[in-house]
Design a protein around this ligand. Structure first.
Ligand code: BEZ
Length: 238
């Protein structure tokens, strides 16, 4: 039998359009989210333990993401009534790591035809033919895909890392900088690499209290946490 080929959207491309039924009604993606960041993520199946722990964690952090102007949209290849029953069970019965009575208020897409999952490269036959892997798509306010992270079925995501990645991308946009390994707000940021010999020379020769150069191509600059917080608030929550 011929192997099925699935498409994979890429970073820097417009998020593929789709219309879907969700636990919060119909959505048009990413059109309905224009002007805000949105994380579209898939999970393998309803009524499974890792996914349950993920949904409780994400639902608990929803207001934190909302404050950073980021909405959440989940997806699995289960049907709508399965989604509804699972989310009701989570709210009514599951107590996990101090979280209980957790209501998942963000939309969960039903995708029994796998149309969206295939469009977004969430089906990975080497891992499973019937379940989506744990994919995470960060889409910016213009509808452009900015980051993609994939996890296998057995590995629950780190939601603090997803939040860190969101804030780092927003900081990079607002301040025209890059963020180094393990960056958190308040840490030094990386200034754009010198694009000419003149700028490289200038960087190395002109000492500046705020900037430190390890070499001509690797210069960091101080950026206070409250400066980041104020600027992001101004940019994304007017
Ligand atoms: C889980 O969410 O627990 C799970 C789902 C599919 C495969 C393995 C684990």
């Amino acid at each position: 039998m011929e192997e099925q080929v699935y498409s994979m959207p890429r970073i820097g491309e417009k998020a593929p359009l789709f219309k879907a039924t969700t636990t919060q009604g119909e959505i048009n993606f990413p059109t309905d989210y224009q002007g805000s960041w949105v994380i579209l993520f898939s999970h393998p199946a309803d009524f499974t333990p890792v996914c349950t722990s993920e949904f409780m964690t994400f639902a608990n952090m929803e207001s934190k993401f909302a404050e950073a102007n980021c909405k959440l949209v989940g997806l699995s290849v289960d049907g709508l009534y399965s989604h509804i029953a699972w989310l009701r069970t989570i709210k009514e019965k599951i107590e996990y790591k101090g979280m209980k009575d957790v209501e998942v208020k963000f939309p969960l897409i039903e995708d029994i035809t796998m149309e969206v999952a295939k469009k977004y490269g969430m089906m990975m036959p080497g891992e499973s033919n019937t379940k989506a892997v744990r994919a995470v798509f960060f889409v910016d306010p213009t509808g452009t895909i900015r980051a993609i992270i994939y996890y296998p079925l057995s590995l629950g995501r780190n939601f603090d890392e997803l939040y860190r990645a969101l804030i780092a991308m927003q900081t990079a946009d607002v301040f025209s900088v890059a963020t180094p390994a393990d960056w958190y707000p308040g840490d030094e940021v990386i200034v754009p690499t010198a694009g000419s010999c003149g700028v490289a020379k200038e960087r190395m020769e002109s000492a500046d209290q705020n900037t430190k150069c390890y070499d001509w191509f690797f210069c960091t600059s101080k950026l206070d946490k409250d400066q980041v917080e104020k600027a992001l608030l101004k940019q994304y929550n007017q």
